[in-house]
Design a protein around this ligand. Structure first.
Ligand code: NCD
Ligand code: ZN
Ligand code: ZN
Length: 345
């Protein structure tokens, strides 16, 4: 049987929500990954170091006994965040980045940044204190086509930030387009990108196959097949600048299957196996360990994890649904087969 052994991986982009919902999902991630960058888009958002640290404590308390999973916390940038908060975050061993959500771009982004001009002093402080900037890279002007929002963000915002702050480390999160891949490759090592498992596996047809499929709706929305292939080429052939960030984003079933279904795909139950399926499509695992376990740690200047995990080429069937506090959650590939199984060494 085919087997792949890699250093224990990390998830560089994860939503776990809070309280009972967080308790329902956190161990799916903790079983597979040693660490994860925890997104701050709670309601209300995580806008202070004190909030980030107490959120971290709640996550640690929800872990199964004996788990050594390490949640890496982030701050949510707003127009009104203080420079002092950035300085405190940069000094904290538990806070690893601050996240830019353009206001209105995605789930729980209402409190996000209204215009980049509003946070120039914060970006300045982040560059000075070497706190990475994570971006949800979509322009929000209502007249921009939803499939063009990532490219518009590069042109309107990201390139400006890069020019003004050339030594600010930036992670372009959950990239979905060939334009984003090319942009990252055109920049120096201060810019990296996360790629989700689902964007490596689905294209925009999967939103509409046999009828509208709300469980394939996330932001940025999946794009055309040629964009998916560009992401797959980046993940499998460009070690160093692209790394795994699942963007696993749990929502209750009723919020997804609704007249106005919300954005987010849950992949934490099978994240590493889903990435393996994607790499298998091009039958090229040479840089799989870099993508899953090495490149992200290097970018964040954190040590590589101890230990290894093993993937076996063996089918298993995903549950139809997962308990999610007082609701249920429909996982990616619900009721279907995944062809790789993760084993713990
Ligand atoms: C994320 C969520 O649900 O929090 N949703 C999504 O579609 N990706 C937010 C985000 O990462 O943009
Ligand atoms: Zn996002
Ligand atoms: Zn996200």
């Amino acid at each position: 049987m085919r087997k792949i052994v890699i250093t224990t991986p990390d998830d560089w982009h994860l939503h776990v929500r809070d309280h009972a919902q967080m308790q329902a999902v956190i161990n799916d991630t903790a079983r597979q990954f040693a660490r994860a960058i925890i997104m701050p888009n709670l309601v209300p958002p995580v806008t202070s170091c004190a909030q980030a640290l107490s959120y971290r404590d709640r996550i640690l308390s929800a872990l199964q006994p004996g788990s050594s999973f390490n949640p890496l916390m982030t701050l949510y940038l707003t127009d009104n965040l203080s420079i002092q908060e950035i300085e405190t975050a940069a000094q904290s061993p538990f806070i690893h980045a601050a996240k830019l959500y353009p206001a209105g771009a995605t789930t729980n982004s209402d409190a996000g940044v209204s215009h980049i001009d509003k946070i120039i002093p914060l970006l300045e402080a982040m560059q000075t204190h070497d706190l990475p900037l994570l971006v949800h890279g979509e322009a929000t002007a209502a007249d921009i086509d939803i499939f063009d929002r990532e490219k518009a963000f590069i042109d309107s915002t990201l390139s400006t930030i890069r020019q003004q702050f050339p030594e600010l480390r930036i992670v372009f999160e959950h990239i979905t387009t060939e334009d984003a891949v090319e942009y990252v490759l055109s920049q120096n090592a201060y810019v990296a990108a996360t790629i989700t498992a689902h964007h490596l596996l689905i294209n925009r047809n999967d939103l509409f196959k046999g009828g509208i499929n709300p469980h394939h709706y996330c932001l940025p929305v999946a794009k055309r097949e040629h964009h998916r292939l560009a992401l797959l080429a980046a993940a499998t052939q460009q070690p160093g600048r692209f790394f795994a960030g699942t963007d696993s984003a749990p929502h209750p079933r009723h919020a997804k299957e609704s007249a106005c279904g919300c954005a987010g795909i849950y992949t934490a139950h099978a994240a590493v196996e889903l990435y393996a399926e994607a790499f298998e499509q091009v039958d090229n695992f040479i840089h799989f360990e870099s993508f899953m376990s090495l490149a992200g740690a290097a970018f964040y200047r954190l040590p590589v994890n101890d230990g290894t995990v093993t993937l076996k080429k063996q089918d298993w069937t995903v549950a139809d649904k997962i308990n999610f506090a007082d609701a249920t959650l429909i996982p990616f590939r619900a009721g279907k087969t995944i062809s790789w199984t993760l084993e713990h060494n």
